[in-house]
Design a protein around this ligand. Structure first.
Ligand code: HEC
Length: 205
């Protein structure tokens, strides 16, 4: 009895009809100018995108209005960006507190070797004998061999001669580490030393 009534109810108010030819689900009473609206499910990727935007929106509003997060406040964001710029390697190098000195501890030399192998060995060869760039084992220097001279060359490069500037890639401390490692190469005997370039100089280190 109850079942019967249920069935009746369904028959009286169908949600959609099935097109006998194409098996498409048609939305009942949704036909306009001979165009029949279908009752297809939305594609899952579209639905999930929609759900994600809802979740994103809720988190966004909570961060904006409830927690008033720093990175959502224009003025704070500006201050954070400015602080970031101030800590850039090129800016730090100009800071008065930074000292250009030779580092002698094992950790700095090891870090210097790592930086050298990754950035400098292509042109100066792994043992410092020189290839595109000059030999670091001999007594001859083009731009001077004080720590300040070498620091400047690594920071600003000599673009027209093929020496890359590293100020954007290496922090000032990394400059000191790689130069301190280069200093350990002086007086060694590389496998294929490049002919001396520049002037013979006393070794200050
Ligand atoms: C793309 C090749 C190349 C790379 C990479 C390179 N150099 Fe050089 N480097 C050169 C050349 C070429 C010169 C010579 C410039 C000149 O003749 O004025 C040079 C010169 C130098 C000098 C000065 C030498 C002198 O006799 O006065 C130093 C110091 C130096 N490089 C250090 C480095 C360090 C440290 C790195 C890695 C962080 C490095 N170079 C990476 C090509 C390179």
């Amino acid at each position: 009895m109850e079942n019967n009534e249920n069935n009746k109810h369904k028959i009286q108010k169908p949600k959609y009809e099935i097109d006998t030819l194409t098996n498409d689900r048609l939305l009942a009473d949704h036909e306009y100018d001979g165009i029949q609206e279908l009752d297809n499910d939305l594609p899952p990727w579209w639905k999930w995108l929609f759900y994600i935007t809802i979740v994103f929106g809720v988190i966004y509003m909570i961060r904006l209005w409830v927690f008033k997060s720093d990175d959502m406040n224009q003025n704070k964001e500006y201050e954070m960006e400015m602080a970031k710029v101030a800590s850039l390697p090129s800016q730090q190098a100009n800071a008065a507190s930074f000292e250009i000195i030779v580092l002698t501890d094992d950790a700095s030399i090891a870090s210097g070797k790592d930086i050298y192998d990754k950035n400098c060995a292509v042109c100066h060869t792994p043992d410092g004998g020189g290839l595109v760039g000059p030999n670091f084992a001999d007594d001859y220097w083009i731009h001077g061999n004080s720590m300040e001279d070498m620091f400047k060359i690594v920071r600003d490069g000599v673009l027209e001669k093929g020496m890359t500037p590293f100020k954007a890639q290496l922090s000032p401390t990394m400059h000191l580490e790689v130069l301190s490692y280069i200093i350990t190469m002086h007086g060694t005997s590389p496998a294929n030393p490049k002919a001396p370039e520049g002037e013979k100089m006393d070794w200050p280190h």
